[in-house]
Design a protein around this ligand. Structure first.
Ligand code: ADP
Ligand code: MG
Length: 676
């Protein structure tokens, strides 16, 4: 077997299973090897039965008490038993496993591991894993069992078995990192790391294995960035764009003065575009710092020079919002630049129309989603591409444009809260501008962390704000299991809220299950102030700008990551009115409170993320992603900031001493897979 072998070569994988694996993007043995667990189950010591607590996964050891009974019908057969130790008795149920009545009939100690559930009929352990006789549990004790991302029809066990076969079958002795480097940074061997990430014997092995793989992942990424930077630096400027006087006039006419930071960044952009090489620049600025207007200046200046300029947003809602902003501004100040929208949800006819206008050069500014770089679009003379919020513009994309014409200037806008030292590494291929100042008219957001008893008061407060002409957001808790449950949740909440708020206050809702047209409609009506309270899931998290909204209330805020809460909070405090953020929490736990209080204390996104991490401690490493911002497979820029810095140092060293190795290791493929 080699890494390229199809997974059909593995025992137990036929055509049907092969298709299921394909859904996960797994085709070869190598794919399986790199399909790292999403988290781990830790097999802890058994606890006394009396400590059974709802919601927990626990292990208990005892004797079966009384008879094992089977009830129910053909669809659902329930096997019930009772396990007893000196502290008490616990009910245990299994579903559709009637044969257990016979297998469990022996007597002697049994160990059961499963989730404790509270139902109307009382507390019980549901569908536990069985270790019978009890000694069998010893083998598993303290081990970590991998939990893989799955798809319907494919069990964790099936994935686990397949991975095991690959690990046994492949020659993993080839080392990918130079020995000197491994020694210097105390990194495990590849062989050890791959085994350890899938089947760690204990936590220590897991940490060792993970660190090594994260290091390698970062190193590859950084080396690719270095290569890319060298490439960018050689990219001559095919679109030399001088600053047009009409842009200055436009700035003068805006209803607000640009902040010093905005002016400085705009100058940097203008200088780039007029220079000898093409622009590759990142504009970093916290939520609400006013990145959009800076982007608009760049788009406008490009178009006034006779070229096309495009802006790409991560969601349709955001693309549409940018489109509205730009067209409204141009209309108001009489700027004669044709602007078109291009998104995936437009009808074929609408798209055709947009394509035509783009191709013939009539459209000067094009705003949209990823549809901007998909197949059918062909540009007349595209000279600038702006990407907004979290979407890094990959090499692949630049090449796509290059094929369709020249190499455009690239401007990346990001609110990712990372300190400068990390930004320099992670955006190593780009020049960095920072908008480190909020518009002067902003009042700091007032925060409060409250329990659900405060909900009525919060509603009354919202009514008052609305009476003063303001608008509010309410974020409903997410329902992890399913988007449809989540939708139901939001709908129900909005309905109840309508009753509460009365006829005069327009309440509406937004969730991921709605069609694009519905979402757009809601956002537009909220933007126009026709909707006063918007109940929503986190779909509004990114970028949405309605300066008149002053209250953000987040239900079950304990369920969200702090970085995400910070983003959500960024939806208010965007205008001159005092804004408020209410973190509602039903949790009484002291830690939860402490975590949420961090948001109270600081507005600095990076501090928030790091504090969150510190409070949760490293034990929480399993399966948690802090940032989700840059999609590394294993690495996390917050958790692994230390490794990131080491990998950067290692990249310097390699480039100086082992250039041959670098050539082998870095290629554009790896980096573009990370970026988008
Ligand atoms: P973000 O940086 O989060 O993308 P936006 O660009 O959406 O922020 O700007 C937030 C709001 O601030 C917008 O309504 C925008 O019109 C407004 N704004 C931008 N710059 C200024 C400024 N210098 N003074 C006052 N308001 C501004
Ligand atoms: Mg924005």
């Amino acid at each position: 077997m080699t890494g390229k072998s199809g997974i059909r070569e593995l025992k137990g994988i036929g055509e049907k299973t092969e298709k299921l694996f394909a859904k996960l993007g797994i085709y070869t043995a190598g794919d399986l090897l790199r399909y790292y667990p999403r988290g781990y189950d830790v097999y802890e010591e058994a606890v006394p039965v009396s400590e059974a607590e709802e919601g927990q996964i626990m292990t208990v050891t005892g004797i079966l008490y009384g008879r094992v009974q089977v009830s129910g019908n053909r669809q659902m057969q329930v096997t019930t038993a009772y396990v007893k130790d000196i502290t008490g008795t616990l009910k245990v149920v299994w579903f559709n496993m009637p044969f257990l009545r016979n297998t469990l009939s022996g007597g002697g100690l049994i160990t059961l591991r499963g989730r404790i559930v509270q139902r109307k009929t009382g507390i019980s352990m549901e569908h536990p894993e069985i270790f019978y006789p009890s000694e069998k549990y010893e083998e598993k004790l303290h081990t970590l069992q991998p939990i893989y991302g799955l798809t319907a029809g494919l069990s964790n066990n099936a994935v686990s078995k397949a991975v095991r076969q690959v690990i046994e079958g492949l020659d993993l002795s080839r080392e990918t990192l130079p020995a000197g480097l491994r020694l210097k940074y105390g990194l495990a061997e590849y062989n050890y790391a791959v085994r350890g990430i899938h089947f760690p014997e204990d936590k220590e092995v897991f940490y060792q294995a993970r660190s090594r793989l994260v290091f390698e992942e970062f190193l590859q990424f950084i080396l690719s960035l270095r290569k890319l930077k060298a490439h960018n630096e050689r990219l001559s400027n095919e679109y030399v764009i001088q600053k047009d006087d009409r842009v200055d006039a436009f700035i003068q006419e805006l209803p607000f003065d640009l902040t010093n930071a905005q002016q400085k960044v705009w100058q940097e952009i203008a200088a780039d575009m007029a220079s000898d090489t093409a622009m590759s620049r990142l504009v970093q600025g916290d939520v609400g710092s006013g990145k959009t207007i800076v982007a608009v200046l760049a788009l406008m200046n490009t178009a006034l020079n006779g070229y096309q300029a495009a802006m790409m947003a991560p969601t349709e809602v955001l693309a549409r919002q940018h489109y509205e902003t730009v067209t409204a501004l141009f209309e108001k100040y009489g700027i004669p630049l044709k602007t078109v929208l291009l998104t995936g949800s437009m009808t074929a006819k609408e798209k055709r129309r947009a394509y035509d206008r783009i191709e013939c050069g009539l459209a000067k500014i094009i705003i949209g989603t990823h549809a901007l770089i998909q197949g059918a679009v062909s540009y007349d003379n595209l000279a600038l591409v702006v990407t907004d919020e979290q979407h890094r513009f990959g090499v692949k994309q630049r090449e796509t444009f290059a094929k369709k014409g020249g190499a455009p200037h690239v401007l990346v806008m990001s609110a990712t809260p990372i300190p400068r030292t990390l930004a320099i590494i992670l955006y190593g291929d780009l020049d960095i501008s920072v908008i480190d100042e909020l518009p002067a008219d902003r009042l700091p957001i007032k925060n409060c962390v409250v329990d659900t008893g405060y909900r009525k008061t919060a509603y009354t407060f919202m009514k008052k704000q609305i009476a003063e002409g303001r608008q509010c957001y309410i974020i409903c808790p997410m329902v992890e299991e399913s988007e449809s449950l989540e939708a139901e949740n939001v709908t129900d909440y909005a309905k109840a809220l309508k009753e509460e708020m009365g006829e005069d206050i327009q309440v509406d809702f937004l969730h991921g299950r709605m069609s694009q047209a519905q979402k757009d409609d809601i956002m537009e009506r909220f933007g126009r102030g026709e909707i006063r309270i918007l109940v929503s899931t986190t779909v509004i998290e990114v970028g949405i700008d309605v300066p008149n909204a002053t209250v953000m209330m987040i239900e079950n805020s304990e369920r969200f990551g702090l970085a995400q809460l910070h983003q959500l909070r960024g939806r208010v405090g965007r205008g001159r009115h005092q804004s408020y953020c209410i973190f509602m929490s039903s949790s009484k736990s002291k830690e939860t409170r402490e975590r949420l209080e961090i948001l109270n204390k600081t507005n600095d996104g990076f501090k928030i993320a790091s504090e969150d991490l510190r409070l949760r401690g490293p034990g929480d490493l399993f399966g948690i992603r802090q940032s989700g911002l840059m999609d590394f497979q294993l690495g996390d820029i917050y958790q692994d900031a230390g490794i990131l810095k080491e990998a950067n140092e290692a990249a310097d060293w390699l480039l100086k001493n082992e250039n041959e190795y670098v050539q082998k290791m870095s290629d554009f493929e790896t980096i573009s897979s990370v970026i988008i």
